[in-house]
Design a binder for this molecule. Structure first.
Ligand code: MRU
Length: 350
């Protein structure tokens, strides 16, 4: 992509502001970990892998800004920052995964100076960011054999370069298919309430030259019935050990509609989104966001003053509706309790 989701520059973290895309291309600069936590909370940066990488750089900022005199004290400051970053959004496991990974790396090392702690924190954040791009490209390749040469996708939310460090997961699958010469068409769910599909996915597909049409979320049934959809591809924010998957609100509806029409329903994500410590979807915390996301569209109020709204940001799709979970370590099929564990172990060995 011409624009970077996130970038470490002059000891700061620069984020493209996804709240104002596609009409304004603006960046915000975070100079300390609390600014990164706020950017994650207010969705300047969003998408499970992207918020994980941003949080990792948030810890690098904690090290850079800390006035601690010793490595031990600096580690304490980094741990504190980690708690603030993890609290920014609860559902996507990549956030906690990235924070825990940076801290675990620092804890296994002996440091002679605070400079070394700073360098190690930044090096681990850089590794997480570089791995993310590599992993996404491998996911795309792993998905290729599942797709016909002339393929019509239905895609939910935004899972592209903007939701990751680069390339994307479910949108990365679409992109790989296009780059490998398949004839690709995409129906893009607008993805109310924050319109990640209409604003971000359509913008990315335009830049990639991939033909597509944006649809309202409620059109997915009729589109699957009448428009020759061959595959539904969605991302994931947390995949439980049994395959139940939390993803953007509306994903569960899509899975049921896909089942009703015999369309394969693929969940796409890195193994860092698989949470083997969460046995099933009912144990996943679902973020509820501000009512204004529903009662306002832009600055316009669309509900009567005083109307109550319910705004869960994610839902859980039961594993039984998922045809396969596509990861960098291979394509997982049911029984997910076995195949997801194998994929995670395979990824750890690399
Ligand atoms: O609330 P968001 O925009 O952060 O939600 C994003 C999603 O649900 C994505 O589908 C998921 O994070 C996977 S992104 C590669």
């Amino acid at each position: 992509m011409a624009y970077k989701t996130l970038e470490w520059k002059n000891n700061t973290l620069v984020l493209i502001d996804q709240r104002v895309l596609p009409f304004q291309i603006q960046t915000i600069t975070c100079s300390d970990p609390l600014e990164v936590a706020e950017a994650i909370r207010n969705m300047t940066v969003r998408g499970a892998p992207a918020i994980g990488a941003a949080a990792a750089y948030g810890l690098a900022l904690a090290a850079t800004r800390s006035r601690a005199a010793t490595p031990v004290k600096m580690l304490a400051a980094i741990r504190n920052a980690g708690e603030a970053l993890k609290a920014a959004r609860p559902t996507a496991v990549n956030l906690a995964w990235a924070v825990d990974r940076v801290i675990a790396t620092l804890e296994t090392r002996e440091f002679a100076s605070i400079i070394q702690v700073r360098e190690a924190a930044l090096a681990e954040a850089d590794t997480i960011a570089a791995e993310d791009v590599r992993v996404n490209k491998q996911i795309g390749l792993n998905a290729l054999p599942l797709l016909p040469d002339d393929v019509t996708f239905l895609h939910h939310c935004n899972t592209g370069a903007l939701a990751t460090v680069d390339y994307g997961t479910a949108l990365g699958v679409i992109r790989t298919a296009h780059e490998h010469g398949k004839k690709v068409f995409v129906y893009v769910d607008e993805t109310r309430p924050r319109l990640q599909g209409a604003r971000l996915t359509s913008w990315e597909l335009q830049q990639l030259g991939i033909p597509h049409k944006v649809i309202v979320d409620g059109a997915s049934g009729t589109v699957m019935k009448n428009q020759g959809v061959n595959a539904v591809t969605v991302g994931c924010d947390r995949v439980a050990a049994n395959g139940d998957t939390a993803n953007k609100i509306g994903t569960y509806n899509l899975a049921i509609v896909a089942r009703a029409h015999g369309v394969p329903f693929y969940v796409v994500g890195p193994t860092s989104t698989i949470d083997l410590d969460t046995p099933s979807g009912d144990k996943i915390t679902i973020e509820e966001r501000d009512s204004s996301e529903i009662s306002l569209v832009g600055a316009e109020r669309v509900t009567p003053v005083g109307a109550q709204v319910f705004n869960p940001a994610f839902d859980v799709t039961p594993a039984e509706y998922i045809t396969a979970i596509i990861t960098e370590a291979g394509v997982c099929y049911p029984p997910y309790t076995e195949t997801l564990r194998t994929a995670v172990e395979r990824a750890r060995q690399k």
